[in-house]
Design a protein around this ligand. Structure first.
Ligand code: B12
Ligand code: SF4
Length: 339
């Protein structure tokens, strides 16, 4: 049995032209990249404790030959706009004779494009990483491991290894409450990757994640990276009400990306839980519709900034509406909720 193992985790570069790189915002705030690699640090937490792990994010730091020399194995992967660099990393590994494992949403969607990797871990890794570890310990040097889509029990998802991050390099750090979405927008991969039934972590799990960040000295923004945060409104409401009593809500600014299924009841709950900004991506709607939506938000005294851009995934228009929940509104809604 081979046990000790040095794992080099490499988060591939995003395509340079992406709107989501927020280059100017990063320049203004001295951040190197907006978001941290939550997928890889979750996988890191699934590896045996005695395996050594080094994480290099190609969007924030240099990857050197010395990193490869150190490693017994390389793990990489990400989403579609990282594909070019992920393939480059696989090529480097092949040239240097290092076994490479690829995982994440892009290889799950298009495994045939990544056939040069030694191992493919397809889908959510929580319940199948153990199969890879067993195979590696047995001496296997190639294999494909596939999770049943939408079935992974996220209540068993480990606390991500936030300690592997250089927290000052990011605009925000992701925390995930749920996976899966009950909707089926035609351009979106979510239901094929994570299924139609929202699966939520327990409140204790998410609070433990926020506390872990706090214990590491992190005081910045937390981004709730759910596919559809309000896919299971009952669970979310329960979570927000639980987190309301803790110190967390006063320390962190929680951001979230979600669809406008926010009922008038959900907005005050989000406010009380200290959710400061909500991004609402819309597809297949007209500019007139989005403007009228923005106006109605303003009437409710929610400050908004609207951005529009052409969708990369379909020929239809895609809009992003940012809602900033002001502190005055938060206080007012909090008082209303308590009354
Ligand atoms: C937060 C998020 C964003 C954020 C931040 C992104 C970032 N840099 O982290 C923002 C809003 C910026 C964003 C933007 C975009 N996103 Co996005 N995003 C997400 C979201 C909702 C969560 C990502 C996350 O943190 N997940 C939590 C972790 C734990 O899950 P995970 O990454 O899947 O990791 C698990 C497994 O995949 C696996 N795994 C992951 N990596 C690895 C590596 C190895 C080696 C192994 C073994 C396993 C493994 O193990 C993990 C545990 O199970 C996902 C959907 C999702 N549920 O993941 C979409 C998603 C990744 N995004 C997607 C897309 C398309 C985009 C955009 C292109 C959208 C657009 N039209 O502009 C842009 C591109 C961004 C860019 N910079 O160019 C797609 C990718 C599809 C694909 N097939 O690759 C997804 C899947 C959503 C969808 N609609 O289907 N995104
Ligand atoms: S609501 Fe969002 S996550 Fe759900 S299918 Fe539509 S775009 Fe995808």
């Amino acid at each position: 049995m081979i046990d000790a193992c040095r794992v080099l985790m490499v988060f591939p570069l995003f395509n340079a032209s992406s709107f989501w790189n927020y280059q100017e915002t990063c320049d203004l705030t001295n951040a190197r990249y907006p978001a941290a690699p939550l997928g890889l640090i979750t996988v890191a937490a699934l590896l045996p404790e005695n395996w050594e792990i080094r994480l290099v994010n190609r969007n924030t730091e240099q990857l050197d030959d010395a990193d490869f020399d150190w490693a017994d194995i390389v793990m990489t992967g990400g989403m579609l706009p990282q594909r070019n660099d992920a393939l480059r990393i696989i090529e480097m590994c092949r040239t240097l004779g290092k076994p490479v494992v690829i995982g994440g949403p892009d290889v799950t969607s298009s495994p045939h494009l990544y056939s040069a990797a030694n191992f493919q871990v397809l889908g959510e890794a929580e319940e199948i990483m153990i199969d890879f570890i067993t195979a590696w310990r047995r001496g296997d040097r190639q294999g494909v491991f596939k999770a049943e889509m939408g079935k992974t029990d996220v209540t068993k998802s480990p606390l991500p290894r936030f300690d592997l991050l250089k927290l000052d390099q990011y605009l925000h750090v992701g925390v995930q409450f749920s996976r899966g979405c009950p909707f089926s927008c035609e351009f979106c991969d979510i239901i094929e990757l994570y299924g139609r039934v929202p699966r939520t972590k327990t409140n204790a799990q998410v609070i433990a994640e926020l506390n872990a960040l706090y214990a590491l000295g992190y005081r910045g923004h937390v981004d709730f990276v759910d596919d559809n945060l309000i896919g299971n409104k009952k669970a979310l409401k329960n979570f927000y009400q639980t987190s309301n009593s803790g110190r967390i809500q006063r320390i962190f600014h929680l951001n979230s990306q979600q669809r406008l299924q926010l009922t008038s009841r959900m907005i005050p709950i989000c406010c009380v839980a200290c959710l400061r900004q909500i991004s609402l991506p819309y597809s297949s709607v007209s500019k007139v519709q989005i403007q009228s939506l923005w106006c109605s938000c303003k009437k409710s005294r929610i400050q908004g900034g609207a951005y529009s851009r052409a969708s990369r995934q379909s020929t239809k228009q895609e809009f992003l509406l940012m809602l900033a929940l002001s502190s005055g509104l938060i206080a007012k809604k909090a008082a209303l909720l308590k009354a």
